[in-house]
Design a protein around this ligand. Structure first.
Ligand code: ATP
Ligand code: MG
Length: 565
């Protein structure tokens, strides 16, 4: 069946971020993205559906039913789209409706009618019902029926999953204008700000969600985004942080209540989980948070508090795991932390101050870290994907569906790009140095021009076009003996809360330096007049062939040379 399309005049389009844990919807008003609250006033809408007496609940209302009605509450289903039962991890559905094998697909059995038998609902049907509710909230807000959307998806969403999502959306009467890669939508959200200076840069997008963490290294060159490397992880995420707090408070409870473990009772476990998530979120804002549950186990109420330092200590493994994911992605892209211009923290877990602060410690000063705790002007990490999707929707909604499909089909990421930089050799203080003209990882075709000043008195200019690559120069400072002659003593209190012990070691200095690589072209422009300039234009074709033209600015003629790909 062909996908649903809507003609441009009839389109009312929004951006949707559809996650396993939370979703978010956004539209644009005068070109600026606006994140829409649902009827409960929530902008982060839990991805959940619950049925009670034939009545359908969604968002936070549905999530709250995990305590009293877990069997008829469906959560954490998005990644199951387009998958077979044997290839999924059902862990996060443990205390909710269970996924079951349904042929090549997956289903949930829930009592969705007031009377009669329970229904076996395919994950596709669940998704359709959920998307319908999301879009209904957007239509209510806009006062007109939304019929079209750009939806963000993880970069490792398979072709089958993409098809399944499009079909589920179509069944909810929504045309899918485009599926946009999540990291690209987050970059768009930042780049579209009026104050943004869109320049060539390498960005790391760390999307830290509830049940997964995805890291992408993205090159932004001349307004084109190329994904250089991705890492996907299902171990270090928001739910792992909830688990740390659940275990902590369960143990506290057991200390006070003769070893009664609230985790052994399903209701107790559900309450423990919900309150742990709230406490965790409170710890992102305050340095202290309370935990309070009525009738946690055996009818006993429980109240406790926790401070941020304690939380950071008990959750240290998860935080360190997240840092390693980012380091791994940079390594996979064959880059160094010094190559990264910006790191965008996206996803709900990115509100956590410790996570951003840990990045601050491993990246150089020059790397901008876009997170609420490191930059007061950072955007809300939970809203980046829906904002980016809404911006993309506003950009493409005026085109016919076929044209959109043709122009967006070669997914971002398959674009060819150069590996090394291309530039010229300049003699500075008698030493050859590399001056980059086209940055590494630039998507092709690409063209850049620079002007080189001729010697003051005019004359000949030799232009040597070369490839350049960076390497990291490490200089270790001489160990400085302490004034009293004593050697640096080891930090005695190897307390868990001490994150900065490395600061005591003499820090090595690491800097990025250019190395001159293969020569691509060489030529001399003769007899340049006094104060003249030489213009060098480098063009890299789609097949990676390089053409260099040099000429005197304002002069006639010039030289042109081509190097085959
Ligand atoms: P996934 O698909 O990985 O399950 P998602 O993309 O649906 O997740 P996000 O909204 O990006 O969901 O992230 C949800 C996670 O972020 C949850 O674990 C939630 O508890 C956590 N979270 C939300 N807000 C905060 C906050 N202020 N501080 C800390 N964690 C938060
Ligand atoms: Mg997500």
């Amino acid at each position: 069946m062909p996908a649903k399309t809507v003609s441009p005049e009839e389109r009312v389009a929004i951006g949707i971020s559809f996650g396993n844990s939370y979703s978010s919807i956004a539209c644009t008003v005068d070109g600026s993205p606006v994140v829409i609250a649902n009827e409960d006033g929530d902008r982060q809408i839990p991805t959940a559906l619950s049925y009670v007496d034939g009545e359908e609940y969604t968002g936070n209302q549905a999530k709250a039913f995990l305590v009293r009605n877990p069997k008829n509450t469906v959560i954490s289903f998005k990644d199951f789209l387009g998958k077979e039962f044997k290839s999924i991890d059902p862990t996060h559905c443990h205390a909710a409706a269970h996924p079951e094998a349904a042929g090549e697909s997956i289903s949930f059995t829930v009592q969705d009618q007031a009377e009669g038998d329970a229904s076996k609902l395919n994950v596709s049907e669940i998704t359709t019902r959920y998307l319908r509710r999301l879009v209904q909230s957007a239509s209510d807000y806009l006062g007109k029926t939304v019929n079209s959307a750009v939806i963000s998806v993880p970069t490792n969403f398979s072709e089958k999953q993409r098809e399944a999502l499009i079909k589920a959306a179509n069944d909810a009467d929504i045309e899918v204008l485009q599926l946009i890669n999540e990291p690209v939508s987050s970059v768009l959200a930042y780049d579209a700000r009026p104050e943004a200076e869109v320049k060539d840069k390498i960005i790391v997008v760390a999307d830290l969600g509830g049940s997964r963490s995805d890291v992408a290294v993205v090159a932004s060159r001349g307004g084109l985004y190329t994904i250089l490397a991705t890492v996907h992880d299902y171990e270090f995420h928001g739910l792992a942080l909830d688990k740390v707090l659940m275990d902590h408070f369960a143990k506290e409870f057991m200390k006070k209540n003769k070893d009664v473990d609230p985790r052994e009772d399903s209701k107790g476990l559900a309450k423990l989980k919900a309150e742990s998530e709230s406490t965790k979120k409170a710890l992102s804002i305050g340095t202290n948070a309370s935990f309070s549950v009525e009738s946690l186990a055996e009818g006993i109420d429980f109240q406790a508090t926790i401070n941020r330092l304690r939380y950071e200590t008990i959750a240290r493994k998860v935080f360190e795991g997240i840092t390693r994911l980012v380091e791994g992605a940079i390594k996979k892209a064959e880059l160094d932390v010094l190559d990264i211009d910006e790191i965008i923290l996206s996803g709900g877990t990115s509100h956590t101050p410790r996570i951003a602060n840990n990045f601050r410690a491993i990246f150089p000063e020059s790397t901008a870290i876009q997170a609420p705790s490191t930059n007061p002007n950072a955007l809300n990490p939970s809203e980046l994907q829906s904002r980016g999707a809404a911006l993309q929707a506003s950009l493409i909604q005026e085109y016919e569906s076929e044209d959109i499909e043709q122009s967006t089909h070669p997914a971002v990421g398959t674009v060819k790009h150069i590996t090394n930089a291309i530039g010229v050799v300049s003699i500075v203080n008698g030493e050859e140095t590399f001056v980059p003209i086209i940055a590494p990882e630039t998507a092709v075709p690409a063209r850049r021009t620079i002007h080189i000043a001729a010697p003051k008195e005019g004359g000949d200019v030799l232009v040597k076009v070369v490839e350049g690559n960076t390497h990291i120069k490490v200089t270790k400072p001489e160990p400085t003996p302490k004034e009293n002659g004593k050697k640096d003593e080891d930090d005695e209190d190897e307390d868990d809360s001490d994150f900065d012990s490395e600061d005591d070691e003499p820090e090595e200095h690491r800097e990025k330096v250019w190395k001159i690589g293969a020569t691509l072209a060489e030529g001399a422009i003769k007899g340049i007049k006094k104060g003249g300039n030489v213009e060098v234009t480098i063009t890299v074709a789609g097949d990676l062939g390089v053409t260099v033209t040099t000429r005197e600015v304002g002069g006639k003629g010039g030289i042109r040379g081509t190097v085959k790909a």
